[in-house]
Design a protein around this ligand. Sequence first.
Ligand SMILES: [Zn+2]
Length: 159
Amino acid sequence: MMGHGSNGADHKKRLRPVLQLHSSGKEMIRIPKSIYLKMVEHAKKESPLECCGILGGKDHAVEKAFELQNVDQSSVRYAMAPQEQLKVFEEMEKDAMEMVAVYHSHTHTIPFPSDTDVKLAFYPEVSSIIISLKEKDPVVKAFRIGKEAIYLEEIEVIS
Ligand SMILES: [Zn+2]
């Protein structure tokens, strides 16, 4: 009686995570002002297409930004060029940095992870930064996207 017919097997569908404000106060990412501005500029430069990049550093403190190609060339989604991604990982390793965050832009929507963003978030310990260009002034938000929830993360811009 091992046949199919059980509905259970197909029920691995992921539930849409809910937003939770993290209260521990530990979930914070520190970004130097120059890198913060560079990210926003990158988003504006690629608009109306989404931009994407990687932030390297240590202990949630950003030290370096890597701009990557959005191979999807899309205004609603992004995919980082795999070859460039490899190069960035190599460079970060050489400088003893880790991937602190992945950033991308939303050129027409609010700075909140889309369903696709949630699906593609493989690293819950890595921040997902979204730069929204929906309003006149860009809005930048950081999240940790976990299996059960999306946590809003505080960004501290340091000089
Ligand atoms: Zn997105």
